[in-house]
Each structure stands twice: as structure tokens, then as C-alpha cells.
Write a protein that binds this ligand. Structure first.
Ligand code: PMP
Length: 401
């Protein structure tokens, strides 16, 4: 079956990569960018860069306008309404670290922080370090064999000791959606705060933070076809009110003396220093681009890519898929074949996939593996990309077996 992407031409890098003999199948690590983003960032730099918020002059006012427009668009993307604020960070990792420091004062010895067995290091290590600082306990929710957080286990492990739940919405290794709504309900019933790592989930479909009822939802621009260097932290008003300032400097201050200072509330209170202005403007253009594409058509296209990818992998002898992927993101190992050797042969043939532990060493180790190969597709991929991949895979297997 031939599957063409109507959006491929919107992403100039796809052609450029093709000219370099590269088939890009690593969008979960970072996605390629639409021309609209490149134009918006070039326009900003070519027409007058200016700092935001404090400038009196016209370029400053224009930059501030574009910057604040993106804040509004990010809130709309998540259907935040007036339930909370969007804070710009440098990415998912910096948002999660902000939370782990900004909420630290709420934890006492013996309090529990609940995560799951599949978390990316970005949603594990900040909480692990917080637990050490406060003598709190990290509780790890187990997975079912399909690679989904086990809700029965969660119902017993989330308890009155739980102060915070932090889980990924979509696993970056297994490609599985997680039952975040049910987990949030369990945590809320115990009065715990809830944090959703939306780094992968935000890319697939539209999500509604009001319906999800999470306190915080975080993601990075660069995986959502936006620029790197910028991330979004959505927080509900009541949750943001509990967050302490953790980075200090310009922009976030209300009044400053030599010995003391007062600080702004969210969002600006959590955006110390000059923010990534051009990236925020680029992210705004990305939201415009994504709002213009037909989301239903994208979902259908991605569902077909998912089917082609999973069916093609399972056709190959000895392939073991990790989990049961819900989107066009699949990690696999092949019996009797060393992961690194296969990755090397794929790379030599211009196939850009990711191999290794995918920043989830505890998960990969718990599966008894040293690593896996991950193929992850974006809206611009097509069946020809997959044909290149499977050809290269077959050739590599012929050499290795
Ligand atoms: N969480 C998940 C699920 C991810 O896939 C990633 C990126 N691989 C991150 C967090 C961290 O994102 P960033 O590196 O953009 O901060």
C-alpha cells in the first residue's frame, strides 16, 4: 500500500535529508520543522530582535506581542481556558526540574512521590533527587505486559501518603498511551498533586488539560514540530499558587532592595532572565501551522503509518516489539542479533533511527535488555520511508545472521 504525506512539502528538511541519502525516522527525539516556523524566526531576526516585556520601544512591543500571542496559542492548544497559566521553560526537562525544586517545600520525610516504571529520565531523576533531599519515598508503579501502567497496582500504591503523582502520557520507548485520567483521579482522591509529562503525548492528537484534571502538564516545543530551547509548563491556578520561585533574576521580580525582594506570580515569576524569544515566536508559528492542518487527516495518516510499521516489523523473523505501541513509535529487538550491530548497519544505509536505552535505563533494564532500536514517525513520513527502512533492515539481517 502506498501512503503519501500531504504535509511533507511543508517541511523543507525532508527533501534536504533525502538529498543527503537520509531517511529520517527519529521524530520522537526531535521533529523536523515546517517552513512557517523557519520564516517566522527568520522574520524576527531580519526585522529587529528586541527583548520582551520591559522595552518601551516599538521593536520591543512587537516582540512582546508575538511572545504573548504564543502563550495564548499554547493555552488554546491545551484547551487550558482560564483554568491556569502557561509558563515558558527551556523544555520538558527544565519544566520538571522547576517543579521538583518549586514544590520541594511541600514534602516531609515519609511522603511519597509516585512515578511509573516507564518514565524518561527527565521524569524520574528530578523526583529521585527531590526524594533524597526531603527523605521522601519514590514509589514506582508497575506495568502490564502491554506496557501500560497497571491500574490495579496503582489503586493500592496511590495512598494517603502520596503527595505527588508524575507520569508520562505516552511512553517514548513503548509508544503506549498511559491511563493518565484514571491515575489523576486516583491521586486527586488522595489530595495529591499531579504532573503529566506530555513530551511525547502532545505530538499525537489534541489534549485537554481541563478534562484531564492534571495540576501540571509539560512539553517541549521541538518534538511538536517547533523549535528547540523552548518548553511549556501549564499549571492550574491552585497548583501554581503552591509553587515557590526557584530561579531568580530579571523579569521575575516585582520590587528589589539590597537585602530583600518580592516576586511576580506565574507566569512571569517563573521566567527569570531573557526567555528564548525567537524560539517562542517560532513555536507560535508552529501552532498556527498545526491549527491549519486537518487534525483528523493527520490522525488517520499516523494510524496507517503505525499499522505499516508494526505489521512490517512483526513480519521479520525474531522481532520482539517492546509493548504494544499505540502510535507510529515502536522499539524492538531481534533475537540473536546485537542491537548495536544492527543500529550500525542501519546507520550506514542512511536510516536515521535511534538505538540504545532511550533515556529510560530502568525500563530497558527491567525488560532484561541493554538497548533497543526505536523507529518514530511524524506526519511528514510516508510509505517510501518505511520501504527504505525495511529494505535496509532486511539487508542488515542478511549480513548479521
Ligand atoms: N519525557 C519524555 C517522555 C521524552 O520523550 C523526553 C525527550 N526524549 C523528555 C521527557 C525530555 O524532553 P527534553 O529533552 O526536550 O527536555
Amino acid at each position: 500500500m502506498s501512503l503519501i504525506s500531504p504535509w511533507r512539502a511543508d517541511f523543507p528538511a525532508l527533501d534536504a535529508l533525502q538529498r543527503q541519502g537520509q531517511t529520517y525516522l527519529d521524530s520522537a527525539a526531535t521533529a523536523q520543522k515546517p517552513q512557517a516556523l523557519i520564516d517566522a524566526m527568520a522574520h524576527y531576526y531580519a526585522n529587529g530582535a528586541a527583548n520582551v516585556h520591559r522595552a518601551q520601544h516599538l521593536p520591543g512591543a512587537m516582540a512582546t506581542q508575538a511572545f504573548e500571542d504564543t502563550r495564548r496559542k499554547a493555552g488554546e492548544w491545551l484547551n487550558a481556558g482560564d483554568s491556569g497559566h502557561v509558563v515558558f521553560t527551556h523544555g520538558t526537562t527544565s519544566a520538571l526540574n522547576l517543579l521538583a525544586y518549586g514544590l520541594e517545600h511541600l514534602f516531609e520525610a515519609g511522603d511519597e512521590i509516585v512515578i511509573s516504571a516507564l518514565e524518561h529520565h527527565a521524569n524520574l531523576l528530578p523526583w529521585q533527587q527531590l526524594a533524597k533531599r526531603r527523605q521522601a519515598r519514590l514509589v514506582v508503579l508497575p506495568l502490564t505486559t502491554q506496557g501500560v501502567i497497571d491500574l490495579d497496582a496503582a489503586a493500592t500504591l496511590i495512598s494517603s501518603r502520596t503527595r505527588l503523582l508524575a507520569v508520562g502520557q505516552l511512553s517514548n520507548v513503548l509508544g503506549t498511551w498511559q491511563p493518565v485520567a484514571q491515575l489523576i483521579a486516583l491521586a486527586r482522591a488522595q489530595g495529591a498533586l499531579t504532573v503529566i509529562d506530555g513530551a511525547q503525548g502532545v505530538v499525537h492528537g489534541r489534549h485537554d488539560v481541563q478534562a484531564m484534571h492534571c495540576d501540571f502538564y509539560v512539553f517541549s516545543g521541538h518534538k511538536l514540530y517547533g523549535p528547540d530551547g523552548v518548553g511549556v509548563l501549564f499549571g492550574r491556578h491552585q497548583a501554581l499558587a503552591q509553587l515557590r520561585h526557584w530561579q531568580f533574576g530579571g523579569e521575575m521580580v516585582l520590587q528589589a532592595g539590597y537585602l530583600d525582594a518580592t516576586f511576580r506570580p506565574a507566569p512571569l515569576g517563573f521566567e527569570a532572565g531573557t526567555p528564548p524569544i525567537s524560539a517562542v515566536i517560532g513555536l507560535g508559528a508552529t501552532f498556527d501551522y498545526l491549527n491549519d492542518v486537518n487534525q483528523t487527516a493527520v490522525a488517520e495518516h499516523e494510524a496507517r503509518l503505525h499499522d505499516l510499521l508494526c505489521a512490517g516489523l512483526l513480519l521479520r523473523e525474531g522481532v520482539r516489539l517492546l509493548g504494544d505501541p499505540s502510535v507510529a513509535l515502536a522499539s524492538f529487538v531481534i533475537e540473536g542479533v546485537h542491537n548495536a550491530d544492527l543500529a550500525h548497519l542501519l546507520t550506514e544505509q542512511g536510516i536515521a533511527v535511534r538505538a540504545g536505552h532511550h533515556c529510560a535505563i530502568p525500563l530497558i533494564s527491567s525488560l532484561g535488555l541493554a538497548g533497543a532500536i526505536r523507529v518514530s514517525l511524524g506526519l511528514y513520513n510516508d510509505s517510501e520511508d518505511l520501504a527504505h527502512f525495511f529494505n535496509a533492515l532486511d539487508q542488515a539481517l542478511e549480513l548479521l545472521r
